[in-house]
Write a protein that binds this ligand. Structure first.
Ligand code: PEP
Ligand code: MG
Length: 874
């Protein structure tokens, strides 16, 4: 087995593709050496050794010693220096570097090889005694701290003692003789700690190598891997890079810096970086001195500056990505110490990806992979000003139901929200939960905060549809409607106080925090998303209930509507009570009368949807109202509805009582309603077909799809299908038009997945209602799971909120089962997802992998979904 990979001017053993075993730093150093770039020579001990070390009770493979010794000899030969020499000593840095960057988490030791002899050599060589002794004392300190665990402060104390004696404040005021004293004190400190400072450089090297491998499992590195979910990436460990030292602190013609090949904030194609003359890398990192711009290097050393720019161009072309580099100038000579793909802001990620396609540097597929879906999300929704956020008072956390950041005055009712908004106030609507009644207030609020409910609760679904920021199910936050206060973590906020909510993270803050608004789907984002559409296989549709939302969806690039929840069309104040009347009607006559009133609204709304989505499919779902969301509740509602039906309030109250269900989500809803009351489906069919006929008569294209919710048995579908067909065909004949329509079903009941072969034979399409399928598949109530899901995730039972990210093992299997069943009897079956998962990148990848035709999500998620669909296809 090969443990050590060498690079120098004579030979290079590694390359940039070997990150797994060389780590990112080692692999790229080797690659740069291959390219003939100025890299100090060195070698990498592979990550496999790290794994061996930890797997074998902290022991190294037997032959490692001789291989490392050989590599050191080679390093001496190529540099012409000698380890521990008192004339021309070789010094090395010993650096960590895993396959995935873990900035600052693991150990690094510089200036290794210094001892009582070689410090003299360094002094002679550099003609700078002070520099040599300063390097030595730094090395003893770093080695003691990092490799032997002697507290950093103890060294600082010793250093301060010498400064005090001399009566100076700054390290720089100490001369070589003072530093020699510091070294003596440091050595004494080692003794006091029961440790020994090894004079033998080879001994130093082994201790340092072991320390770096050991730091792979220090607590902060473990934590970092946990937080960044790196444990599943199969990392072997860290590599150790032993590299000949070069010095940026050898005078005014030396220095050190970091640079980016493009601006990491804006993505602009310009060199960007910082430089410090007469300094070592640590000084930049530690922020002891403020670095200057790269122009500083240009002014003191234009030749080296130009060489640096050339190297940067070469690196970017070679790696075909924006590079983040570290370099050192030693007496005018440039050395590259590191290169890697640079971290960048969301805006820069998009701009760089698009520019690089235009420059012919990368393909559209690659461009699509360079931007994270979360970046697109960030660019579409407001975020908090980062400075103000630092000082904000955090008061609690809920589920991140709808992205963005919002700040406003607290109101506790939808009516108050509307009143204050009319006066131009910014408000946050705080409710234990929301209902259709609140939609007007939600619409004018900056954001919505609820203390109950999950990712598919009314508040969450409606907020996402509106593109409004929402945090829901914040269980620790008491929203007391009666006293109009919010209490959380000892903080009490009254009506009219400012509050701020972060819908990306689910966090809630007291007070006002400035928000920053991005520019929307302009310029580079829309170009990137066009690339995405070219790459992806999966179509992206939107869940939209009203023409205004459909318009937004189309602007965001939706290819049709995958779900129109018709019950949501009745949220408006002049409509909701008609809907309620229909729900509480006792006789067919009453119901038909109410339906007659609803029909014109529906017909014109459907027409609006068809117009906005002309040329695309529009899937309209028959009424699916969980009754508890729609029965009249307040006295006012009862009064009005009773008047509309022409019965007494008392009678209505008793009807409402009769309608009460223990478990409304599994009650009289979905197709069940149409089975009991066929006139509902009849009216809706009429409205859909008449609206479509209107389109055709105007010479426009239309592709209506009628969808039946919550089907569990094929007979539910066949009964409805027959009545829909009869009404539709009759209308089409009567109007003498050529209209094609489809009839399909939602798959959201586990039983439907099991008998999908039967259902598929009768359906034109399936649309997975993954909200209900998750609810019924896991047996987790959509409205109540917020109470316990935190514990489930913490204990690792589910990795992510299953209402947010599809549970592939369970619900995913049900989907596959249904898909196979449905396609076995109907190969032409079109299949999509229209639950909230349709906007989740991981679930979109799943949809692609199992071969669905499309996903459908809320309008504001369409851009993210387009990118995710493309990424799944690459
Ligand atoms: C679903 O259940 O996934 C779905 C889309 O329907 P709803 O959320 O309206 O129940
Ligand atoms: Mg459903």
């Amino acid at each position: 087995k090969k443990y050590v990979y060498v690079w120098n001017k004579n030979r290079v053993e590694g390359n940039s593709k070997m990150k797994d075993i060389l780590g990112g730093k080692g692999a790229n150093l080797a690659e740069m050496a291959s390219l003939g770039l100025p890299v100090p020579p060195g070698f990498t001990i592979s990550t496999e050794v790290c794994k061996y070390y930890w797997d074998n009770g902290r022991k190294f493979p037997e032959d490692l010693k001789s291989v490392v010794e050989e590599a050191m000899t080679e390093l001496e030969n190529v540099t012409g220096k000698k380890f521990g020499d008192n004339k021309n000593p070789l010094l090395v840095s010993v650096r960590s570097g895993a396959a995935v960057s873990m900035p600052g988490m693991m150990d690094t030791i510089l200036n290794l090889g210094l001892n009582d002899e070689s410090v003299e050599g360094l002094a002679k060589l550099t003609n700078n005694e002070r520099f040599a002794w300063d390097s030595y004392r730094r090395f003893i300190q770093m080695f003691g701290d990092v490799a032997l665990g002697i507290a950093h402060e103890k060294f600082e104390e010793a250093l301060n003692e010498v400064k005090r004696e001399k009566g100076v404040k700054q390290d720089l005021e100490l001369d070589a003789n003072d530093l020699k004293k510091v070294v003596e004190l440091y050595k004494k400190l080692y003794k006091e700690e029961g440790k020994e400072f090894p004079q033998d450089p080879m001994k130093q090297l082994w201790i340092a190598i072991e320390a770096v491998f050991g730091s792979w499992n220090n607590p902060r590195a473990i934590k970092y891997r946990q937080i960044n979910e790196m444990d599943k990436q199969g990392l072997l460990g860290t590599a150790v890079n032993v590299v000949a030292m070069v010095f940026g602190n050898m005078g005014e013609d030396s220095g050190t810096g970091v640079a980016f090949t493009r601006d990491p904030n804006t993505g602009e194609k310009k060199y960007y970086g910082e430089f410090l003359t007469n300094a070592q890398g640590e000084d930049v990192v530690a922020g002891i001195r403020t670095p200057k711009s790269l122009d500083e290097l240009k002014s003191i050393n234009p030749k080296t500056y130009n060489q640096l720019l050339e190297v940067m161009d070469k690196l970017e072309k070679h790696f075909r990505d924006m590079q983040d580099i570290e370099f050192t100038v030693e007496k005018g000579q440039l050395y590259m110490l590191q290169t890697r793909s640079g971290k960048r802001t969301a805006a820069a990620a998009v701009k760089i990806a698009v520019d690089m396609v235009k420059e012919g540097l990368i393909s559209k597929q690659e461009a699509v992979m360079r931007v994270k879906p979360a970046d697109i999300e960030k660019l579409l929704h407001p975020i908090f000003d980062s400075e103000e956020l630092k000082n904000a008072q955090y008061i609690g956390k809920g589920l991140p139901a709808s992205p963005g950041a919002a700040t406003g005055k607290i109101v506790f009712s939808a009516d108050d929200a509307e009143k204050l908004a009319k006066d131009g106030e910014k408000v946050i609507l705080a409710r234990p939960e929301t209902s259709p009644e609140d939609v007007g207030g939600m619409n004018v609020a900056e954001g919505i905060l609820t203390s109950r409910g999950g990712m598919t609760s009314h508040a969450a679904v409606v907020a996402r549809g509106m593109g409004k920021t929402a945090v829901v199910g914040a269980e620790d936050i008491v929203i007391d409607l009666k006293n109009k206060v919010i209490k959380s973590n000892g903080v009490e906020l009254k009506e009219g106080d400012w509050i701020s909510i972060d819908g990306n993270e689910g966090k809630v803050y007291a007070g006002k925090i400035k928000t920053v608004r991005p520019e929307g789907l302009a310029g580079d984002i829309s170009v990137l998303l066009e690339y995405a559409d070219e790459v992806s296989v999966l179509g992206v549709r939107a869940n939209a209930d009203i023409p205004r939302d459909a318009k937004v969806a189309r602007e965001f690039g939706a290819q049709g509507i995958g779900l129109c929840r018709t019950e949501h069309m009745f949220f408006g104040p002049e409509r909701i009570n008609k809907m309620r009347t229909m729900i509480v009607s006792k006789t067919e006559e009453q119901r038909k009368a109410a339906l007659e009133q609803l029909l014109p609204f529906q017909r014109s709304d459907f027409k609006g949807l068809f117009e906005e989505m002309e040329g695309f499919s529009v899937t309209i779902r028959l009424l699916d109202p969980p009754l508890h969301e729609f029965v009249p509740e307040s006295d006012e509602q009862i009064k009005e509805v009773a008047k509309m039906i022409g019965i007494s309030e008392e009678e209505l109250r008793s009807t409402v009582k009769d309608l009460e269900e223990f478990n409304p989500m599994m009650g009289h809803r979905g197709v069940r309603l149409a089975i009991t009351y066929p006139e509902i489906a009849e009216m809706q069919t009429k409205a859909i077909i008449l609206a479509a006929i209107d389109m055709i008569k105007e010479g426009k294209k239309v592709q209506p799809e009628i969808m039946i919710p919550l089907v569990g048995d094929v007979k539910e579908l066949t009964i409805l299908k027959e009545s829909i067909k009869q009404i539709a065909d009759e209308l089409i004949k009567e109007n003498n038009v050529d209209l094609e329509y489809k009839i399909g079903t939602m798959i959201e009941v586990p039983r439907a997945c099991v008998v999908a072969d039967q259902i598929g034979a009768e359906a034109d399409f399936f649309s997975f209602g993954t909200n209900d399928l998750t609810q019924l598949g896991l047996g987790f109530s959509r409205d109540d799971y917020g109470k316990f899901i935190g514990d489930y995730i913490e204990k690792g039972i589910y990795e992510k909120d299953p209402f947010q990210q599809i549970d592939r093992e369970g619900v995913g299997k049900l989907i596959k089962l249904a898909l196979d069943g449905g396609r076995s009897t109907n190969p032409k079956l079109k299949v999509g997802i229209c639950g909230e998962h349709g906007g989740d990148p991981d679930s979109i990848e799943f949809a692609h992998l199992v071969g669905l035709d499309y996903v459908s999500c809320s309008p504001y998620r369409v851009p993210v979904a387009r990118l995710a669909a493309a990424q799944a296809a690459v």
